[in-house]
Design a protein. Structure first.
Ligand SMILES: [Zn+2]
Ligand SMILES: [Zn+2]
Length: 332
């Protein structure tokens, strides 16, 4: 099979040919049909995340079909379409796992980071962390739901019942969550890189009431904000833009350092929180919700061997929606 691997951080992915992996007990072998490109993949490639298995096959928004069921797998059958997200395994016995917070398990392992992921023709996954996917989506369209959608939705829930919601960074996650928020009758304010008219137009097309530069003030104060961009200086910016009692949610796994800020912008019961990973319950809830909204994902397809180009397009904000890698023979 073909796979794109990262041998060491801060280097380009390399295309290799190797035999497909074999599924162990409780695992399924998946023939990959599409794999989304997430900003977290860039953080792995850039060495911002410091505990990868190396070499690693990145990719944790995997859509594929079960090719072989390992011992003990009864939940899925061969040929069934499944999705594989970022959370690849958790211990099941620690206090976090026992209380519905497996996203915080210290022993958890993550797809495309500690477990080889979906930038390949085949991958193996623990079936307990795979999900059936709604039929409403093509393989490529379903891929961004698996991280941008799931973790975006977890972040959105953490923002509470805000009527006026700010989204900083209008990429894959924001383009999904904006649709959910508008569907629920919320007013969305979208913030992009200064001068990125294309992203601003895209946000307005998806129902945002206002779109502008992250350096601009929104037309009125907001009740909550979610920061999807990995830019720490946006935290004080967002705090200044939310009303008393407002929440700022940091949705990414990595952010540049946050500059110091005066206490008065946190005062009046504003709060700041981060969101880490996802739980399987998040996945079940969001995958049921997405077709009801319905969330339409905008994807840009790249052949698998062009993974480095897709990553650079993401880095430079040149994508509308999400990039998705398609293995050869799967029809780009
Ligand atoms: Zn645990
Ligand atoms: Zn991701």
């Amino acid at each position: 099979m073909h796979a794109m691997i990262l041998e060491k951080p801060r280097s380009a992915l390399i295309e290799v040919q190797r035999p497909p992996p074999q599924p162990g007990p409780e695992q399924v072998l998946i023939k990959v049909a599409a794999c989304g490109v997430c900003r977290t993949d860039l953080h792995v490639v850039d060495g911002d995340l410091t505990e990868p298995k190396l070499p690693i096959v990145p990719g944790h928004e995997i859509v594929g079909r079960v090719a072989v069921c390992g011992e003990g797998v009864e939940r899925f059958h061969e040929g069934q379409r499944v999705g594989i997200p970022w959370l690849g395994w958790s211990c099941g016995i620690c206090k976090y796992c026992r209380t519905g917070r497996e996203n915080l398990c210290a022993k958890a392992r993550y797809t495309g980071y500690q477990i080889d992921g979906g930038y390949a023709d085949y991958t193996v996954a623990d079936h307990r962390y795979c999900f059936p996917l709604p039929d409403d989506y093509t393989d490529a369209e379903a891929a961004p739901l698996l991280c941008a959608g799931l973790i975006g939705h977890r972040s959105y829930r953490m923002a509470g019942d805000a009527e006026r919601l700010g989204l900083y960074g209008f990429g894959a996650a924001a383009h999904i969550i904006a649709q959910v928020a508008v569907h629920e009758g919320r007013r969305v304010f979208a913030f992009t890189r200064p001068g990125d008219r294309d992203a601003q137009d895209f946000a307005l097309e998806l129902g945002a009431e206002w779109a502008g530069s992250s350096e601009a003030s929104p037309p009125e104060e907001m009740d909550a904000a979610i920061i999807f961009a990995p830019v720490g200086s946006l935290l004080p910016t967002a705090l200044r833009a939310v009303a008393r009692g407002g929440t700022v949610v940091c949705a990414g796994i990595h952010m540049s350092d946050i500059p110091s800020f005066p206490y008065r912008i946190l005062w009046e019961e504003r709060s700041v929180r981060s969101v880490a990973n996802l739980t399987r319950r998040d996945a079940e809830e969001f995958l049921a919700l997405a077709p009801k909204v319905p969330v339409n994902t905008h994807v840009q397809r790249y052949q698998l061997h062009r993974a480095n180009e897709a990553l650079e397009a993401l880095r430079h904000g040149r994508l509308r929606g999400a990039a998705v890698l398609i293995p050869q023979g799967q029809g780009v």
